[in-house]
Design a protein. Structure first.
Length: 202
């Protein structure tokens, strides 16, 4: 193991000077990690692009609702409640039924347009908390434009909880999409992953 202990069993490579395989190899000597990563490219792409759209929409609407308040907050909050009541899966199935050639980009678009509500509510709460603090009051008193106050003063201080929520959302999306494809992955791994008793060196 990395040349530290003398053993006939190799966990990550076939020998001392052999290539490094993080997940080992199959019965044909092919790297399993690169094959799994290649098979997950669609799920990872949908998750990352969907979270990116969610990030921008949620920050924009949530920031406006938390900073301005009043009727702006009321309209955005009602829109959030309406969007939360729409099941994303039903929208995706309807989209697939009505579009002649649905692609992965349509799924990304639906996820981005329907999953921003949680981020918007989180951003709204942070903006609502920060807008009455001294540094924001000072920026308003100095006559800074509203755009500068929102994006340069309040937003950087509100990103901490938002980023945590985004990583959670990204993991949920990726795991949900992986769950759809797990049967093909399982068949691939069972077929190609060599039993340790037969191939102890890989």
């Amino acid at each position: 193991m990395w040349g530290l202990f003398r053993t006939d069993v190799h966990l990550l490579s076939a020998g001392h000077n052999a290539p490094f395989f993080l997940f080992g190899t199959d019965d044909l000597g092919r790297d399993l990690f690169s094959r799994i990563l290649y098979g997950a490219r669609i799920s990872l792409t949908i998750g990352l692009v969907g979270v990116t759209l969610t990030f921008f929409i949620g920050i924009l609407l949530g920031g406006f609702a938390g900073y301005f308040g009043g009727w702006v907050d009321m309209v955005i909050q009602r829109a959030i409640e309406i969007m939360m009541s729409v099941p994303t899966l039903i929208v995706i199935l309807t989209l697939v039924a009505f579009i002649e050639k649905p692609t992965i980009f349509h799924i990304m678009l639906v996820i981005g347009l329907f999953r921003w509500t949680g981020v918007a509510r989180l951003v709204r709460g942070e903006f609502y908390r920060l807008r009455n603090l001294d540094f924001v009051t000072s920026a308003v008193a100095l006559g800074f434009p509203t755009r500068r106050i929102i994006f340069q003063h309040i937003l950087p201080n509100a990103l901490g909880p938002v980023l945590v929520g985004l990583w959670q959302l990204a993991s949920e999306l990726v795991l949900a999409l992986i769950g759809v494809r797990i049967w093909s992955w399982g068949a691939e791994l069972v077929h190609h992953w060599a039993p340790p008793s037969r191939y102890p060196s890989v």
